[in-house]
Design a protein around this ligand. Sequence first.
Ligand SMILES: *[C@@H]1O[C@H](CO)[C@@H](O)[C@H](O)[C@H]1NC(C)=O
Ligand SMILES: *[C@@H]1O[C@H](CO)[C@@H](O)[C@H](O)[C@H]1NC(C)=O
Length: 365
Amino acid sequence: MALLLRFVLLCGVADFARSLTIINPEQMIEKAKGETAYLPCKFTVSDEDQGPLDIEWLLSPADNQKPDQVIILYSGDKIYVDYYQDLKGRVHFTSNDITSGDASINVTNLQLSDIGIYQCKVKKAPGVANKKVQLTVLVKPSGIRCFIDGSEEIGNDFKLKCEPKEGSLPLRYEWQKLSDSQKMPDSWLPEMTSPVISVKNATSEYSGTYSCTVRNRVGSDQCLLRLDVVPPSNRAGTIAGAIIGTLLALVLIGCIVFCCHKKRREEKYEKEVHHDIREDVPPPKSRTSTARSYIGSNHSSLGSMSPSNMEGYSKTLYNQVPSEDFERAPQSPTLPPAKVAAPNLSRMGAVPVMIPAQSKDGSIV
Ligand SMILES: *[C@@H]1O[C@H](CO)[C@@H](O)[C@H](O)[C@H]1NC(C)=O
Ligand SMILES: *[C@@H]1O[C@H](CO)[C@@H](O)[C@H](O)[C@H]1NC(C)=O
């Protein structure tokens, strides 16, 4: 028995010693971008291998169009680097004593362009050997954004989305509820490991804080999302309030315009009657000129109604319901000066009515 064992051992050693051999346990290495890859190449030589030691590392890039490249060389007891521009300064032998049987290298600050098959060739005549190792560089998931696509109202359909900015495929997603019972709604369970959860007929129980974790083989990243499912009436109420407020304001402006117009017509009638009686007196010019200057000032106030001013105007309306406050609102010190004052508004409203009044006036005089 012992004899047999010794025989087997002897055979093994004899077989080993016959020539140069590379002992490489790994054939595939996977690392994240920016990390360091250790590419092993340990070898044994036999007594017969008496020639000078030569070591060569070659890279066959993943891009098949590119030819094989020498990336580092050991020859005549010297190390030669900088053969391949893409790996400049990033390839080193890890051992201080290569002749002891370690030709392993480290590739630092890994880039996606480093992906490929690396080949270690050791030569010590008459012994020769080579071994390949495949290097894969993956990008960790990062820059994840969680967001809600749609409006989070009771009864609504919307989507919860989880989007990493980068990350090598395959990516695995996992949603979790962090608040309350930490229990995901049952109807979401089939999509718990997908980048998008389609929420149907939302209820307020869905409210809470959720996390989405994205993983690949080299790393993971996470984002948080706060969901508040509110009754739709809240928003509908706000919009309805704004619309009613606007309508009230318009009615108010209409009243002011109507009153002004009516008053002016009455004044005009009085003066015309007056004029008929005293024909020897020339018609008063002042009335036309005041009307003109009045319209002129309207034009200047209209000119200042740029879209940004209009925005301020509508905001004022939204904030200043009910409408009785509307006339007072512009005097409020909290309003920025850019906003249009109510007298301007009423004058602005008066413009279209004033113009026909003036032309009629002209034809009479
Ligand atoms: C080579 O890289 C590995 C990590 O992959 C590290 O542990 C080791 O110290 C590095 N060796 C040298 C000589 O830089
Ligand atoms: C939405 O959910 C409510 C109760 O949560 C239910 O009464 C209603 O029928 C559902 N609507 C639809 C369209 O599924």
